[in-house]
Ligand binder design. Structure first.
Ligand SMILES: Cc1ncc(C[n+]2csc(CCOP(=O)(O)OP(=O)(O)O)c2C)c(N)n1
Ligand code: SF4
Length: 338
């Protein structure tokens, strides 16, 4: 019997095609050869269930997709080195671990150096089919691990380094990093005063700095576009030498956002121009993902408590205009709109 207001009996479930028409994963409408790694039942589940990441954690999602793609690209021949940070802490409360791959916890600041050492050991012992991936948060990458990372780039060591950028030191309670955007409030930026939050004119763009080392491959990626993320990891693993992928991963706890908004926020970061998606080879930009529908930065900022001081009865129009100008500058610089 069909209940009033329903189109089907309870025993049947209405078919819902989530994300149809996009390039996101899970799209079973695509030809099998075009499907994402995660859409394949043979995926390795490299970062398995049971870990302790917060609900809606973009970093957990990004790592799972990235490492499964790297595994598939290398016939499951991967050793991963992980800097201290949320990804390491939530996945590996000793003696347990959610990782289903050979995985080493380095120090907070030396993941790139440890990965270089692992790659050298594999080379001298003749294990040339085993590949190395290093990974860390933006603090471990853009701040404390930056010297080791630059050395790895400069020597062109055979390592793919993945930075999961949640725009602060989340594991230790949301301290500012050099990837924290202007005006965002953290535990170590001004809490009160005329202009609370992070200041303008600081920070660094590590993908561009990586390009300045003329390494074989640099890319930015986002959990908003998981198929693109997998494509870039797969491409990186088809190359040798130093490679760098910088993945934007919303953090509900540190950003003060709803766990259900993680993908929406990641997409808005891309669609506003605040997080441009591009690829570069040997120091030259070779590809960019165009913005489909440009969104104003307010749409992105309003969903996050770390920016709430910009709104309210007296919006901070001057600083909002500066953030919009930053987004527009990215759009022009990377050619993100037709
Ligand atoms: C030398 C050193 N300093 C400080 C710490 C404490 N610490 C551990 S994780 C962490 C923050 C990690 O931040 P990030 O790299 O951005 O990764 P996230 O947790 O945000 O993913 C800090 C400060 C440490 N382990 N070692
Ligand atoms: S604090 Fe942020 S990065 Fe860390 S587990 Fe929670 S959501 Fe993920």
């Amino acid at each position: 019997m069909i209940e009033p207001g329903r189109t089907m009996p309870y025993s049947m479930q209405e078919v819902k095609f989530y994300q149809t028409g996009t390039f996101t994963v899970g799209n079973r409408l695509l030809d099998e050869t075009e499907r994402a790694v995660q859409a394949n039942m043979q995926r390795t589940n490299s970062l398995n269930s049971g870990h302790r990441a917060c609900q809606g954690c973009g970093e957990a999602l990004g790592a799972r997709y990235a490492i499964d793609a790297a595994m598939r690209a290398t016939n499951n021949q991967i050793i991963a080195v992980n800097a201290t940070g949320c990804l390491e802490v939530f996945s590996t409360p000793y003696p347990e671990s959610s990782w289903q791959i050979p995985w080493i916890h380095s120090l907070f600041g030396n993941a790139a150096a440890v990965a270089s050492g692992v790659a050298a050991a594999l080379r001298v012992t003749g294990h040339t089919n085993t590949r190395v991936v290093a990974q860390g948060g933006d603090g471990g990458t853009t701040d404390i691990g930056f010297g080791c990372l630059s050395g790895m780039f400069e020597r062109n060591d055979d390592v793919l380094y993945i930075c999961y950028d949640n725009e602060a030191y989340m594991n230790t309670g949301v301290q500012r990093s050099s990837a924290t955007p202007p005006t965002a409030r953290t535990a170590t930026t001004m809490a009160v005063g005329k202009e609370p939050g992070n200041v303008f004119g600081t920070g660094k763009n590590v993908p561009l700095i990586a390009m300045a080392h003329f390494i074989p491959y640099v890319a930015t990626a986002s959990v908003a576009n998981l198929h693109d993320l997998e494509f870039k990891v797969t491409k990186a693993m088809s190359m040798h030498g130093a490679r760098y992928i910088h993945i934007h991963v919303p953090c509900p706890l540190g950003w003060g956002s709803a766990p259900a908004d993680t993908i929406k926020l990641a997409r808005l970061a891309v669609e506003t121009g605040l997080f441009p998606l591009f690829e570069a080879e040997d120091g030259e930009i070779t590809g960019r993902t165009k913005i489909r529908r440009k969104a104003p930065v307010e749409d992105y900022l309003k969903l996050q408590k770390r920016f709430s001081h910009l709104f309210g009865p007296k919006p901070d129009d001057a600083r909002l205009a500066r953030i919009q100008a930053n987004a527009d500058r990215n759009i022009a610089k990377f050619g993100l709109l037709d």
